[in-house]
Design a binder for this molecule. Structure first.
Ligand code: DC
Length: 237
């Protein structure tokens, strides 16, 4: 994809600003599934920003690079040229869609994400997904840092037990073994690391709409986001 240069709100050649919906939230809040479905419903592009941190983590693991080595990790992030399409993520000709979803890579992704230069190196790549007719982006800092001018910002939460339960189901469906207790522990550790880090910590943007999905089905959450988007679009006309 072509880059849209530094400004998050750079207008297209036709002079229009490409609308963005950001969906931020903690691990296993359901934001990925919701974001993808909202993107399909609107015919928008979709950015899974967590996948970029996971790709860096995967490469670091393969190369034996320490999670503390910010310089080497940033170089890895700069060289990243992933291809997203048809539900697959391809890196250097290899389909890594499954490899980036293991618990080991999940943990490491949260560790490498604390480094400011690495985050800066991924900024441009993330903004390059902002293409007509629109973008739905999910992550931790989509509304606060990457797309501060997004038309709609959603912050999706769910209780830790509800998220552990979902994550467990997801992993079982993908054929990975997992224990609920280990998942609970891991979720809490990742929540803490993602929220307490100095750089772009996980938190709702001031103008984000909060949604607790603990007792809701995916369809209900998707409908709520689509409803808010229609409202925001009308207001911006
Ligand atoms: O959304 P996810 O679980 O795939 O993200 C994996 C890790 O990447 C997460 O623990 C923190 C990091 N991340 C981030 O720091 N900023 C983002 N915008 C997305 C993910």
């Amino acid at each position: 994809m072509n880059s849209t240069a530094a400004g998050a709100s750079t207008p297209t050649a036709a002079g229009t600003v490409v609308p963005v919906i950001t969906i931020d939230g903690p691990t296993a809040s359901g934001k990925g599934t919701v974001a993808e479905r909202v993107a399909v419903a609107l015919g928008f592009h979709y950015l899974d920003s967590g996948a970029l941190y996971r790709l860096v983590a995967l490469r670091a693991l393969q190369l034996g690079c320490s999670p503390d080595d910010a310089v080497a990790l940033t170089a890895l992030a700069r060289g990243l040229q992933p291809h997203f399409g048809a539900g697959r993520i391809v890196l250097d000709g290899e389909d890594v869609s499954r490899a980036i979803r293991t618990e080991e890579v999940s943990r490491l992704a949260s560790q490498v994400a604390v480094h400011a230069p690495l985050r800066a190196a991924l900024l441009q790549l993330q903004r390059s997904f902002r293409q007509p007719p629109g973008l739905v982006a999910d992550g931790r800092d989509m509304g606060t840092v990457v797309f501060p001018d997004a038309l709609l910002k959603v912050y999706l939460t769910a209780s830790v037990p509800a998220r552990a339960e979902r994550r467990h189901k997801q992993l079982m469906e993908k054929g990975f073994a997992a224990s609920i207790d280990a998942l609970l522990q891991d979720l809490r550790a990742r929540d803490e690391r993602d929220s307490m880090r100095a750089e772009a910590p996980l938190r709702p943007a001031q103008d984000a709409l909060l949604l607790d999905s603990s007792g809701l089905g995916i369809g209900e959450v998707v409908d709520a986001v689509l409803h808010w988007f229609r409202q925001a679009s009308r207001r911006s006309e």
